[in-house]
Design a protein around this ligand. Structure first.
Ligand code: SAH
Length: 497
């Protein structure tokens, strides 16, 4: 059976601008053929088994020619695959989407089109420019500024000038001077407001607002590059008043997130919302222990414990998976009390409809141990990381509480990606979030021994994490409590100084 090709508009850059239909298509794709300008976050929606084919231009290789892209789509569909062709912005706006469908139509391959949010509208919108406005412009003209090497621009400047609406030029940065000159020659006023929005909708968006007469010069001084849109028309005069995107407090700030990927969601999306440029740099991964005989043994005699104390949501997950595999469920816990180190661990229990009987006032292992000691002499079951903090067992032992420490997962260091970080470290002070001592160890371990860490600022969730930073010569700041919201608050405070 032949497969199907879905032409999906990926939006202009901000991954939040993918449509729901586009997301559904990505989630069920078997092959995705994508371009250079597609947000990398979107590829994370793909099933892990999906084949990824990059046909865009990269620094070190030429783009796949259009005829070959068309052929790849055909070949994969003939193999019976569910193919997604993911294109920047909207696939039919200067995206050659139509060309890609021709061969498919000819060969009777089924296809669908999912429109996308085009940069022609989104980049001005993120620059505070409404492309039409009752008082200023009643038409919009979207024009390509692309000219084949050495050839003339084929733009009817006279018609644009006479129409009097807003003009948006795509692919026009390298021809900016000729575009502005063309409009001026056609009679448009030199004082007509005009702007360039570079990398629109991305955290690194930049904007130059000027007049038609001066735009080319000012854009050159600001060293604006592709991708960028040029907007010409009276509506551009609104861009300062409506400038909402440049306002977020963490705008222009790069922040490295070291949490394991699966758990980084809340932190990274909050930082992103606040305008930060978030760099995913997972420094640890949690691997559940398979065939965990010590855990199985403890589960089979849960009645003999008084408390089960959890120190991470990963521990909760692995514990309940093992319980389930052994043919038990939440009822098996009716005989024990439950402790959680902090709110996100307690939340993992709540998701299983269980309440924590105890959560310490300060969310760290020392306070958990002291709190437990006030309530029990044990035995306490501690299903936690193999490399969990030794403080917990030490304080419990000092307090005379009996406990069984059962490793349920191992913490491993991916450590394969240090290269991505080097330009950041070289550029100046680098802000890195640490949510556990193990993320600090993973971070340091991922770098060459001897790397200068004096310019790293460790934004730490708690004192134990900070202590690990200090051990490696990393300067620190510590959140007022060990929660993600408090960590975000710490970052906002640091950014305001
Ligand atoms: N189909 C795409 C356009 C493809 S042509 C769309 O609908 O957006 C490529 C041009 O799009 C670039 O040269 C640039 O002018 C514009 N572009 C794409 N992404 C952009 C972005 N994030 N910010 C500004 N312009 C962008």
């Amino acid at each position: 059976m032949t497969g199907k090709v879905t032409l999906v508009g990926a939006g202009p850059g901000d991954p939040g601008l993918l449509t729901r239909k586009g997301e559904a298509a990505l989630r069920s794709a078997e092959v995705v053929v994508y371009d250079r300008l597609v947000a990398p976050e979107l590829l994370e929606l793909l099933p892990p088994t999906a084949e990824r084919i990059n046909v865009g231009k990269e620094a070190d290789h030429h783009p796949v020619p259009q005829w070959r892209t068309n052929e790849i789509l055909l070949e994969k569909a003939l193999e019976g695959k569910n193919v997604v062709r993911l294109k920047g912005g909207d696939p039919f706006l200067f995206g050659r989407g139509g060309e890609e469908l021709e061969l498919l139509a000819e060969r009777h391959i089924p296809f669908e089109v999912v429109p996308g949010v085009t940069s022609a509208l989104a980049a001005p919108a993120y620059g505070g420019i409404p492309v039409t406005h009752r008082d200023f412009a009643s038409s919009l003209h979207i024009v390509t500024g692309h000219a084949k090497a050495g050839s003339h621009l084929h733009i009817n400047f006279k018609a644009l000038a006479e129409a009097g609406g807003t003009c948006v030029f795509l692919m026009g940065v390298s021809a900016l001077e000729r575009i502005c000159g063309g409009l001026l020659d056609a009679g448009m006023g030199a004082d007509t407001p005009a702007a360039v929005v570079e990398r629109g909708t991305l955290p690194t968006q930049r904007k130059v607002v000027s007049t038609l007469g001066r735009l080319a010069e000012e854009a050159r001084q600001a060293e604006l590059h592709s991708p960028a849109v040029i907007v010409v028309g009276e509506v551009v005069s609104l861009s300062d008043r409506f400038d909402w995107f440049d306002a977020p407090p963490l705008k222009g700030r790069t922040i490295v997130v070291t949490r394991p990927k699966r758990r980084a969601g809340a932190l990274r999306s909050r930082l992103h919302e606040l305008g930060a440029d978030v760099v995913d740099y997972p420094c640890i991964e949690t691997l559940p222990r398979q065939e965990n005989l010590p855990l199985e043994e403890c589960l089979s005699r849960l009645r003999t414990f008084e408390w089960v104390a959890f120190t991470s949501s990963a521990g909760v997950e692995v514990f309940f998976d093992a319980l389930w595999r052994q043919g038990m469920d939440g009822r098996a816990l009716s005989c024990v009390k439950l402790a959680a180190i902090g709110p996100s661990t307690a939340h993992a229990l709540e998701e299983r409809h269980l309440r924590a009987d105890y959560m310490p006032p300060v969310y760290d292992t020392e306070h958990l141990a002291l709190g437990l000691a006030e309530r029990t002499k044990g035995p306490v079951l501690l299903p936690r990381a193999a490399m969990g903090s030794p403080i917990l067992s030490r304080v419990l032992a000092e307090q005379g509480v009996a406990f069984t420490d059962v490793p349920v997962y191992d913490t491993v260091f991916p450590g394969e990606h240090a290269v991505a970080l080097l330009p950041l470290l070289a550029a100046g002070e680098t802000w890195v979030t640490f949510t556990s001592a193990s993320t600090v160890r993973g971070f340091v371990g991922s770098l060459e021994p001897g790397t200068d860490l004096s310019r790293v600022l460790g934004l730490c969730i708690g004192p134990q994490t900070a202590a690990e930073c200090v051990r490696h010569g990393i300067r620190t700041r510590i959140a007022r409590e060990a929660t993600v919201p408090a960590l975000v608050e710490l970052i906002l405070n640091a950014a305001q100084e």
